[in-house]
Design a protein around this ligand. Sequence first.
Ligand SMILES: Nc1nc2c(ncn2[C@@H]2O[C@H](COP(=O)(O)OP(=O)(O)OP(=O)(O)O)[C@@H](O)[C@H]2O)c(=O)[nH]1
Ligand SMILES: [Mg+2]
Length: 458
Amino acid sequence: MSLFRVKTTECRVGVVGLYNAGKTVLLTSLVNHLDNHDGDRFRLGHGKEIQTIRKFEILPPDDGWAAFNYAGFRDALVHNGKWPEKTRDRSQLVCKFERSDWTFSDALLKLYDLPGERLADAAMLGREFGPWSDHILTLIDNDTPYRACCAPFLEAAGAGAVAEADLIRAYKLAQANLILAYKPLVTPSTFLLDTKGSPARGQTATEVVVGRVSGLNADAEFTPLPARLREAQPELAALFARRFEAYRDQIVVPFLHALRSCHALIVLVDVTTLLAAGVGMYDDNRQILRDLFHVLDPGENFAETVGRHLAKVFLPHTLRPGWINRVAFVAPKLDLVHPIDRDRVFGLLKRMVGKLAENRDGLKAEFFNCAAVVSTKPLPGGDADRALVGIPYRSAEGRKIPPGAEQRFTSSPIPDDWPLNWRAGQYVFPEVYPFVPARKDCPPDQINLDRVLDFVMD
Ligand SMILES: Nc1nc2c(ncn2[C@@H]2O[C@H](COP(=O)(O)OP(=O)(O)OP(=O)(O)O)[C@@H](O)[C@H]2O)c(=O)[nH]1
Ligand SMILES: [Mg+2]
């Protein structure tokens, strides 16, 4: 520590978003840029002057947390041209460094990664079984595609008296229909990604349900229960309530408490996937973020603002209280969109989640369009048909293909505003292999990732 660096400023940042939104890639690229910082390629301090990072080191994670596998992800990206594997459990990366624009303090940054599937359970926090059931059933009732997917369950739950096994079977079929309709609000989320990290697979609902559980394990399954059934079958209601509570305490509480104690959140909203997957995924993503903001309650009142500033100056970082007062909303994978459309991605992001931020008192929110690992180039002269160049990752039929030569592909034009309705497949943004220089100390090209970090560490 230099003579003037008399303290450490701890900054806890949670990264959240639906599965496949780009959280793990963003974190891997971010840490790679901090580890091998080049002030020209990763401009901190709001870009006014070139800033430097010194003495970067990775520290062990806090108790109870698995370490984020930065070295493994970075190695796979570089040497095998592989994107990181999907996240199966929550993890944390702790690192320490000095920033040239921070004169009196060095930085202790704690970053949290979790599987996107778990966000669908956010509504369980702070709710008992009855209110959670009502919340989920109201969502189903008021959404036509949801009602259609959940028809088997609604029918079973509407019968006079129901057997536990029939209800669970019907709910699992309904959840499988949701997965096949690209609707991510699947809860309990262990149906989609079980506690061992194995994801649901299959082409039909009957295939998807094989071996899946709706709860902690096969002996602790539950479903939401309508108020009428909770009254008519109190033993079943009590049994499901016990299983729900065990699930909530083991699966949901640990990661939501960790997120709640963060100073800042990076909320990824994958605009390209929402356009590609249809209006149902857009609606669910908004609902999931609404539920998440309800339980995390970001923002602060005047007393908390004063308390936070005082604590920053007078308390050691280990005793400093934490609550979320900054949220960076990020539209990732910007390199999959042609440069002439990139401002529109920013516009769509703001349009979709702007209210979420506005409605919170004392919350500082900013919006970014961003690429963590730029893996395409615009084709010169290809503006009119949005032509890009990259190494294709999937065939036209959606099968993964081995890495080959760079190819020209086109991405869909981005609309000025969200359409009123659109179907899956109407917009296409082909996946590409990552482009990461083999030289380990040369991080990938990024767009606006530096601005995101600047904002959340401010
Ligand atoms: N071209 C491009 N693709 C990206 C970028 N970031 C993510 N992707 C793509 O998005 C996929 C998912 O990224 P992840 O970071 O694993 O997503 P995640 O949010 O961690 O997903 P879960 O672990 O399932 O919650 C990757 O496999 C890439 O195909 C990017 O900056 N550029
Ligand atoms: Mg991940």
